[in-house]
Design a protein around this ligand. Structure first.
Ligand code: ADP
Ligand code: MG
Length: 943
């Protein structure tokens, strides 16, 4: 069109001048690379404007969401129908796509006429006609009895609201049917089919022809993520990240955006680039001259002659030259905008080098002898860091519409299959209530004298009868064994003005062969680490009171004695189960003959956590660990702890809840994936609750689900990699990373890539969903267990309402982005009569162990004083109870003499500094048995 206009101009104004003159005259129509970059840059800004919710209304490039969220992956399969209305012809098509490894597409189609009067009649008439054509077509192919899915290419300006809902904005291309504008064309078609009643069809998608072009090419080339049409008009679409599409809810995955880029420049942003010829064309002053697209002087002569001119040789030369310049400019401009799109895709993907494919349709691109080459050249020049492939689409509006439908069908079927599998991992409120109820039953069993032996939730007494009161002080050693690492700590606890805890620690690894070797090797290794630590701290030969955080199920008969019941969390050292771990440690110390240690307390990490948090929050009466393993402890009434004599006061009970379910009581919620993880673990059949909750297992559960999905062809295109089959490659930390909201899916993809798993964008969404479901179940189960605990505490005290704090430790709890929120939510729902605060512990196994040791030392000293009534009264200047070898600079102060303040003070949260040795106190302080005491009103009683 532009060319013909120029010609007219040329003939009148230049009077048959020669070719150079044309060049000179049209010099400004040649766009330099800089100008093209500039156009590209401006287009890019327009794209952003179109995507933004606030800027879209005034944007010239409308960036319409197509609701097509995925491109073909080659596994599409089935029999589809397509309608193509709004192109040169109205057509009905049948497209058979087969996934037999050959990726075959068979198409049959028929063109039907739409009379002029129908184009301007009523909408009802038009859609009745379309339905009739469909009926006729199906009859001919003998498929009228089948309810086939259909894709509808409707090439008019539409406002699409769903994949199968599209509202006609206004008719174009000669159509003007009444009562269609402003209506959803899919429902109009559905109604027309229903009116006939002789066949049924499943209209799945309304498609724009650019989208169809991208999708039809995408079937053969899965890198295809752009569709381009250069025909009568020009337009393009591409896959945009959902998070950038303000107009559609949701941030995940991608969606094809129909740019409607023909309108670029409507708001004047290209005015400095447009020429006066463009302006005149806009004014409609000339007729279209499609023929001028053909090249060659011969053609020029023919064409000019046909136009009724008598061209000279110079005329032909000039005409040829003009056409060349105009079509080059057109290809250049198209290339500049396309480059903007590709650059955006590249940035979205965050890759250094983009490999992408553009599917193209339209007669200008396909038939002009040089257009395609020039377009490619421009794109490559503007994007030297991209490898762009151009693929000609065959029948984008027919095959493409079918392909959109095929992809939607595949996605829906796969989604359904996956949901069915994931359903087993989704727990209802009723199921969670039931878990809570069962946990309660198991807790009672563990506490009862008669039932304890066969109980799986062991409810072990810890001989810790109170949480700290803030008067603790001194220097202590702490060991932390039972997690990822072994640590030795030096802890200084201060009271008074400088109240606080200061810690130094060194982390040691425990090699697998030691974890699973002999007990002697394990404890020798531990002692070796302690010796190294003392030397490192410059404290060789020093003897400090020691708290041993030993986070395995132990039967305690004393604070400083713990008999290992069974190893968990990957430990398996021989000769330890059934033995007192303090004795094992002491023996190892003796074997080394280098130093002595005063082991004061064996502490479970849950108890340490509760103590560390209790130091900060007087309401903390529960400890929870969600790390490598999972476990909890809480303050139980002594009268309920049947394994320990005495009914007064409370004692912390280490629940060892990880073993919940080991008697089969959770079998109904266990899935095949849990069983698979259990089977390959070191302790099959054991710790079933823990195996659904904790860090050591969640990644493995996810991996097993991914394998299942892949085997069924629901993920990774059904290709199972060796990597995926490797145990442990999917670490639980990936669950956190993948679910982290700030991470875009492409980062999920890079995590998967790092694992050697080649994934598409859809794969990433699926993997993320699996992670979500697995972590959610873990958090909910943990919440159900917690609900049982807090409700028991509440009932123990006969309260209608309980306010309580849970001290929590463990990397999974701390670092997973949603675990804590889901767990808290579950507790709220399952225990509405409790207000539960969760407090993260800072190093419960170090600080907590030291605090327990501190209090125990204090009590021991108090006991010694009682035994020696003639001894000096304790004073603030008393040295450390551990003896003269204490080397540290600061004199360690004793707590102020114990006091017992009245109940009225307690209500105001004033701590009660009460130190009582249960065995020595003749009449227990009445507060010791008073219900509902805030925990800081302290009793420390040791049996
Ligand atoms: P432990 O329980 O061994 O004392 P942690 O509380 O640090 O130690 O928990 C370690 C466990 O936490 C590991 O088993 C690992 O699976 C898990 N983990 C590590 N990093 C993360 C993370 N970023 N998100 C969730 N879990 C994690
Ligand atoms: Mg730990």
């Amino acid at each position: 069109m532009i060319a013909s206009h120029l010609l007219a101009y040329f003939f009148t104004e230049l009077n048959h001048d020669q070719a150079q003159k044309v060049d000179k005259y049209l010099y400004h129509m040649r766009l330099s690379e800089d100008t093209l970059q500039e156009v590209s840059e401006r287009f890019r800004k327009e794209m952003e404007k179109g995507l933004g919710a606030d800027t879209n209304p005034t944007a010239s490039v409308k960036m319409l969401p197509s609701f097509v969220r995925s491109t073909p992956d080659g596994t599409e399969d089935g029999d589809f129908l397509a309608l193509d209305l709004g192109g040169t012809n109205f057509r009905v098509l049948r497209v058979k796509v087969s996934d037999n490894g050959l990726q075959k597409v068979e198409m049959e189609s028929q063109i039907y006429e739409i009379h002029e009067d129908l184009m301007r009649g009523s909408g009802t008439q038009l859609f009745d006609h379309i339905a009739e054509c469909l009926a006729n077509f199906m009859e001919k192919l003998k498929i009228k009895e089948k309810k086939l899915p259909l894709g509808f290419t409707f090439s008019f300006p539409c406002h699409q609201t769903k994949l199968d809902e599209s509202i006609l904005v206004n008719w174009t291309k000669g159509f003007k049917c009444s009562s269609v504008e402003g209506k959803d064309v899919v429902s109009l078609l559905r109604k027309a089919i229903k009116r006939r009643g002789d066949f049924d069809i499943d209209i799945v998608a309304v498609v724009n022809d650019t989208v169809g072009t991208m999708m039809s090419c995408g079937y053969d080339d899965q890198n295809c993520e752009v569709g381009l049409i250069v025909g009568t008009g020009t337009n393009a679409c591409y896959m945009e990240e959902m998070r950038h599409i303000d107009l559609v809810e949701g941030d995940e995955g991608r969606m094809c955006i129909n740019m409607e880029w023909g309108a670029f420049g409507d708001d004047g942003v290209l005015n400095d680039i447009r020429t006066e010829f463009d302006h005149e064309i806009d004014m409609g002053s000339l007729n279209p001259g499609k023929q001028l697209e053909k090249e060659g002087l011969q053609k020029a002569h023919e064409i000019l002659t046909k136009l009724g001119l008598e061209p000279s040789h110079e005329d032909c030369l000039a005409t040829h030259r003009i056409c060349q310049i105009v079509s080059t400019r057109s290809a250049n401009l198209c290339g500049a905008t396309l480059a903007a799109v590709l650059r955006r895709i590249k940035e979205n993907k965050g890759v250094d080098r983009l490999r992408s494919t553009v599917g193209v349709d339209g007669s200008v691109y396909k038939k002009h002898p040089h257009f395609a080459r020039r377009l490619h050249k421009t794109v490559r020049k503007l994007l030297p860091d991209c490898e762009i492939r151009f693929v000609r689409s065959e029948d984008g509006s027919g095959k493409g519409a079918a392909m959109v439908t095929a992809v939607a069908y595949r996605l829906a079927a796969q989604h359904k299959a996956r949901q069915k599998i994931l359903e087993a991992l989704k727990l209802s409120h009723e199921q969670l209530l039931e878990v809570k109820r069962r946990m309660r039953v198991e807790m009672e069993k563990g506490l009862g004298k008669e039932t304890h032996v066969e109980a799986t939730v062991k409810m072990l007494p810890t001989y810790v009868c109170s949480t700290p009161d803030g008067t603790e002080k001194g220097d202590f050693l702490a060991l932390d064994l039972g997690g990822t690492n072994f640590r030795v700590l030096l802890v200084r606890v201060r009271n008074g003005m400088r109240r606080g805890v200061e810690m130094h620690n060194k982390i040691y690894s425990i090699p697998l062969e030691v974890m699973q070797g002999t007990g002697e090797e394990l404890f020798d290794h531990i002692v070796h680490c302690i010796a190294d630590f003392l030397e490192y701290m410059g404290m060789k030969g020093v003897s400090l009171p020691l708290g041993f955080t030993f986070s395995f199920p132990c039967m305690q008969t004393n604070l400083d004695e713990g008999i290992l019941l069974k190893w968990t969390k990957g430990f398996k050292a021989t000769g330890c189960e059934g033995e007192d771990v303090v004795s094992l440690l002491k023996e190892a110390i003796h074997r080394r003959e280098e130093f002595d240690l005063d082991v004061v307390a064996v502490v479970n990490d849950t108890v340490g956590t509760m103590m560390a948090c209790g130091y900060e929050d007087p309401y903390c009466e529960v400890g929870l660990i969600v790390g490598t393993g999972s476990n909890a402890c809480y303050m139980e009434e002594m009268r309920n702890v049947e394994l320990v004599e005495g009914d007064e006061g409370r004692m912390c009970v280490n629940m060892e809840w990880g073993a919940f379910g080991d008697n089969g009581c959770l079998d109904d919620i266990q899935t095949e994936f849990d069983l698979a993880v259990d089977e390959l673990s070191l302790n099959p059949g054991k710790q079933r609750f823990e195996k659904m909750i904790s860090g050591m297992y969640l990644g493995e559960i996810v991996r097993n689900i991914l394998i299942n999905f892949t085997r069924r062809g629901l993920l990774f295109r059904g290709r199972i990699s060796e990597r995926l089959k490797t145990r442990g490659i999917f670490e639980t930390k990936f669950l956190s990373q993948i679910e982290s909201d700030c991470l875009a899916l492409l980062q999920v993809r890079s995590i998967l890539q790092h694992l050697g798993l080649e994934s598409t964008c859809d794969d990433s969404i699926i993997v993320k969903e699996v992670c979500t479901v697995v972590a959610r179940r873990a958090a909910q189960l943990c919440g159900a267990g917690m609900a049982a605990v807090v409700d028991k505490i509440r009932e123990n005290r006969g309260l209608d309402f309980l306010k309580v704090t849970v001290g929590v430790d463990g990397t999974l709890y701390k670092l997973h982005p949603h675990f804590s929120a889901i767990m808290q939510d579950t507790v709220r729902q399952l225990s509405p009569c409790c207000e539960v605060t969760f407090l993260q512990s800072e190093d419960g196994s170090g600080k907590g162990a030291a605090l327990i040791t501190a209090v125990a030392c204090r009590i021991r000293e108090a006991g010694q004083r009682r035994k020696d009534p003639h001894g000096a009264e304790p004073s603030d200047a008393t040295s450390c109870p551990i003896g003269p070898s204490f080397p540290w600079t600061l004199p360690v102060l004793f707590p102020p003499p114990p006091t017992c303040t009245g109940g009225e003070a307690l209500g105001m949260g004033v701590p009660l500094h009460h130190l009582a040795l249960r065995s020595c106190v003749t009449s227990p302080c009445p507060l010791a048995v008073a219900p509902n005491l805030p925990f800081s009103s302290l009793f420390f009683s040791l049996i």
